[in-house]
Design a protein around this ligand. Structure first.
Ligand code: FUB
Length: 453
């Protein structure tokens, strides 16, 4: 396709992109099995990572993002991988995880394979971006179908880990968060239909007959609201929907409460959990709706919901629109290039550490930062910093959509790491901002950040 024609197609895509769905919320990588946690005034999103070329589960590392407004997410890298755990098989099974902050330290519970089978591991860090280390040098628990750990610290400071596929195991953690008080056991009542829902039937080929099997599949999420404990989980066999049970204690007795969500679009799994943030309730889950997505290339989505007056969880509809912003972005402070609500064409670096940037930037690619607050319209200059300039190129800044108001354009010549330009007709108030990348056919630059003055 000729460059000008390609530009027209991409501009049309970008304009539609501005008006369209906010789900999935991360567009630069595949982000399955989202595990959100609120800490230090932000929502931290821990997830695993389907590789771009996955055709079966191909997962090597775990990712971290955060947000203060629920629509723009900042990438904090891939600080944890199978390499972190010396005992982990390096067989692409870096599956679902959850992290929690306790007594100033972060604990990230993951699952993968070890020589003896399915294993749950734990890593510890001082901050979500890491560095993360393995504090025990061995798995925390090993057993058949030991996957998908969820961690919960109760009001009385007792902490629990729950996990399992077609089994649901619970163990109380010691205060150190890296050992169990007395081992673990199957969740009481796990086989009871009143506790975990009507059973399904499955063909037992060895015995040549159908047998009943629990509806609970995997991916538990344990939380508490008031005096009630909630365990939500993918259920119904595969493809999975999301269901939940409630109990007066973390070990039951559980009562099955029904379906929370239908099957995820374009994905045979669904997996997630809920949080409260800035007075809103959110359910995180994944689907396969990112371009080229599918059952092995899944992406984090978010829906807001309102608890029923009786404390039950409503049925939550999956939407393309996602959630509304609960904050704004201040462009007069450094805005990381890897902070965005949507994008086209670009990727992010795949490193650990605290410094990150966007990569694979080509002519016609773009990113969107939502709800940017320009204040009274005093912006005079925009400055951008490149992590690495390749062929060089221009960033055009638009308010409210590509083809909307172009208020600045900065150009990086090869070898130039900072580019500045005057703002023409500074926008006032809150707008979505688009950064459109222009240049030749080569890769243009890796972008680190931008800021208004
Ligand atoms: O992401 C790999 C596996 O798929 C997870 O561990 C399961 O919960 C399912 O989402």
């Amino acid at each position: 396709m000729k460059t000008e024609t390609k530009m027209l197609v991409l501009l049309a895509t970008a304009v539609c992109g501005a008006l369209q769905a906010a789900n999935p919320v991360i567009t630069t990588l595949y982000t399955p099995d989202p595990a959100p946690v609120v800490a230090d005034g932000r929502v931290w999103l821990f997830c695993d990572h389907d590789e771009d070329d996955s055709v079966v589960f191909k997962m090597k590392d775990w990712l971290v993002f955060s947000s203060e407004d629920m629509v723009n997410w900042t990438y904090h890298g891939a600080p944890l991988s199978l390499e972190t755990f010396a005992w982990a098989k390096k067989d692409d099974k870096a599956w679902a995880s959850q992290a929690v902050k306790r007594n100033g330290k972060w604990y990230w519970y993951i699952c993968c394979n070890c020589d003896k089978g399915d294993a749950i591991g734990v890593a510890v860090a001082d901050r979500p971006e890491g560095p993360w280390t393995d504090p025990i040098g061995r798995p925390l628990a090993v057993g058949a179908s030991f996957i998908d750990p969820t961690v919960f610290v109760d009001d009385d400071d007792r902490a629990y880990l729950v996990w399992g596929n077609k089994t649901c195991q619970i163990g109380e953690l010691n205060e150190d968060m890296i050992s169990f008080k007395g081992g673990w056991r199957e969740m009481p009542g796990f086989e009871d239909e009143k506790a975990f829902g009507p059973k399904l039937t499955r063909m037992n080929w060895a015995h040549g007959k159908e047998e009943p099997i629990v509806s609970y599949e995997e991916g538990p999420w344990l939380m508490k609201r008031g005096d009630t404990y909630y365990l939500s989980y993918p259920a119904g066999g595969v493809p999975e929907h999301m269901a939940y049970s409630t109990a007066p204690s973390p070990i039951g007795p559980w009562t099955y409460r029904g379906k929370i969500m239908d099957l995820a679009e374009n994905s045979f799994t669904i997996h997630g959990g809920n949080i409260e943030y800035k007075g809103h309730s959110y359910m995180f889950y994944h689907n396969g709706k990112l371009p080229n997505g599918g059952g092995f290339k899944r992406s984090t989505c978010i829906e807001e919901f309102t608890w029923n007056p009786d404390g039950t969880i409503p049925f939550i509809r999956q939407t393309r629109e996602g959630v509304r912003a609960v904050g704004t972005v201040d462009p007069f402070k450094r805005v990381e290039a890897e902070t965005m609500s949507d994008s086209y064409g670009i990727k992010v670096d795949r490193t650990a550490g605290t410094h990150h940037w966007i990569t694979r930037v080509h002519n016609g690619d773009w990113l969107k930062v939502s709800v940017v607050d320009f204040g009274a319209g005093a912006a005079r200059q925009v400055a951008a910093r490149a992590e690495k300039v390749r062929a060089g190129g221009t960033i055009e800044f638009f308010a409210d959509g590509i083809g909307g108001k172009r208020f600045a354009a900065v150009t990086f010549a090869p070898g130039q790491s900072v580019a500045k330009a005057d703002v023409t007709e500074a926008p006032k108030g809150v707008h979505d901002v688009f950064l459109l990348f222009r240049g030749g056919d080569e890769e243009l630059f890796d972008l680190d950040c931008w800021q208004l003055k």
